[in-house]
Ligand binder design. Sequence first.
Ligand code: UDP
Length: 231
Amino acid sequence: MKLLYEGKAKKVWEIDAEKVLIEFKDDVTAFDGLKKDQYRGKGLLNKKISDYFFKILEKNAIKTHYIRSVDDRNFEAFRTTVMPLETVVRNYAAGSFCKRYGIEKGKKLSKPLVEFMIKSDELHDPLICEDTILLLDLATKEELEYMKRTALKVNEILSSELEKAKLILVDFKLEFGKNSNGEILLIDEITPDTCRFWDSETFESLDKDVYREDKADLLSTYEEVARRLEL
Ligand code: UDP
């Protein structure tokens, strides 16, 4: 199969004009790739967790690229052209939001916030406002509204699912892609690499922050997430 793309944590292989294979690697990076490691088994865990979230979203009428699981490390997905934006939803203050606005970590936001960032390692994914997105033709008004609406729906679905597993969905990043019919699909992965999960009683991190901040072992943390989701 032809390798279409290799990112920090995944490879995308061409199946045909309509479909791709998404392979989850064991690599983990943080701080724009400055910190880098490998954890044997991480790819399997993230693939399993992603499968689970995509299936729940599909059941709740969210259009995603997910087609089916192929094996431990790979799932089949619809091929899309990736939108040049990252969509972040926040329920609690954490990470770059705290740094940017000087807000204390852990503050619950009065309502979920949707932010957009330009996907660019070179520019360090800068925050971009909606008018600038339109001005730079990065998306149309309709596409932007769709992404925002979908991101908020995803937030509701995943937050209530995670609550059952005694996890708080603090924030997460989504990516969208356009298929050959011009339809926008939710793509990429939904994993502890791309979400912040806090234990609902102790507020301890059960996500990539344990790696970013050297707080705990990444693999056992991701295993704990899978265990709580009964995977
Ligand atoms: N995130 C991500 N990829 C990125 C940037 C952020 O998956 O390139 C996720 C991150 O794990 C968190 C949310 O998006 O769940 C918000 O991240 P934030 O903007 O706070 O940036 P960070 O603190 O991760 O640099």
